[in-house]
Write a protein of this length. Structure first.
Length: 317
């Protein structure tokens, strides 16, 4: 196997980096080389018949690289290897620029001990409220940027209800991360009209986190005939949302309420959302229209659009 180590920002070669190859199934070092002035390295991997599997390439650079100090670890990737001795072609290892005071951390996402499939996304939050996303690559591997002194990360798989806690330290920047099912949180209450406290059915209620730690909307539900609603969502972030509720009628948001009530564990009950709408408030419609030139079928910008009743007696909008 031959390859090259490059800086992603300017595509310049990285000299003096140590590239090691490990068997992915038993963490056995099977090859190591340092990059030359042109950033290139060569590895002869003893992978023959019966040794089919992936290889993990770890790159060390800077102070402590020669000793493979974990604090010098700058890249971890997993690549497939055929089960016989054939050239694997050139592998490109990209190093991302990291702000001063920060460093990359390398995880392997697992569910029940098996790697999470490639293509999913990990969302990571830290105690300071920072949030970042990382794509999962081959073998469940992903990379996030953390404080160089370490931090505690809360992770979840985007679009799902699996979570994990990962304490990252300078001495251990790489780790297996086991994702488990998240607990369920619940917010419930009632939506009523301000004028007469009548219940407002068939409205959509969204829970938003005004602190910005969660991805909004956190959850949603539709009010019943008695104006009641109950929404649930997986407990993905350590700190529960600072609750703000948005109330929607069809595609129109008719109210936003910052709720001061406190969570009792994962439950927020007794929410009261009072909406100032007229008792005979009509249904609101939304029209999406595009103006086209009849001959060319091209969009025509800059026109004034008016909506009139059928008799052209009243301009509605």
């Amino acid at each position: 196997m031959n390859g090259i180590v490059l800086n992603r920002a300017d595509r310049s070669a990285v000299a003096g980096a140590i590239v090691g190859a490990w068997r992915s199934d038993r963490e056995e070092l099977i090859g190591i080389d340092s990059t030359g002035a042109d950033g290139r390295f060569d590895l002869d991997l003893p992978v023959g018949r019966g040794d089919r599997g992936d290889v993990v390439l770890r790159t060390f650079w800077g102070r402590g690289a020669d000793d493979r100090d974990p604090r010098a670890l700058v890249s971890v990737i997993q690549i497939p290897v055929p089960g016989r001795l054939i050239p694997l072609g050139q592998t490109v290892i990209w190093l991302d620029r990291v702000d001063r005071g920060h460093r990359p951390a390398f995880g392997r996402a697992l569910i029940d001990g098996d790697p999470v499939r490639e293509g999913l996304t990990v969302v990571a939050t830290d105690p300071a409220g920072g949030r970042q996303k990382a794509a999962i690559g081959r073998g469940g591997r992903f990379t996030v940027i953390v404080d160089e002194n370490g931090t505690d990360l809360r992770l979840w798989l985007s679009g799902g209800d699996r979570v994990a806690d990962w304490p990252v330290s300078p001495e251990r920047p790489e780790s297996d991360v086991e994702f488990t099912g998240a607990a369920t949180c619940r917010a419930a209450g009632r939506v009523s009209r301000k004028a007469d406290d009548a219940p407002l059915p068939r409205l959509r209620v969204e829970l938003l986190d005004r602190a910005g730690r969660w991805v909004n909307p956190v959850g949603a539900a539709t009010t019943t005939e008695t104006g009641e609603f109950a929404l649930t969502f997986p407990h993905l972030v350590d700190q529960l949302p600072d609750p703000t509720f948005a109330v929607w009628s069809h595609d129109e948001r008719i109210a936003v309420v910052d709720w001061a009530g406190a969570w009792t564990g994962p439950v927020l009950n007794g929410v009261r959302l009072v909406v100032d709408v007229a008792p005979d408030r009509p249904v609101t419609y939304r029209l999406d229209v595009q103006a086209l030139d009849r001959a060319t079928r091209q969009p025509v910008p800059g026109l004034r659009a008016e909506v009139w009743d059928a008799a052209f007696a009243t301009m509605v909008k």
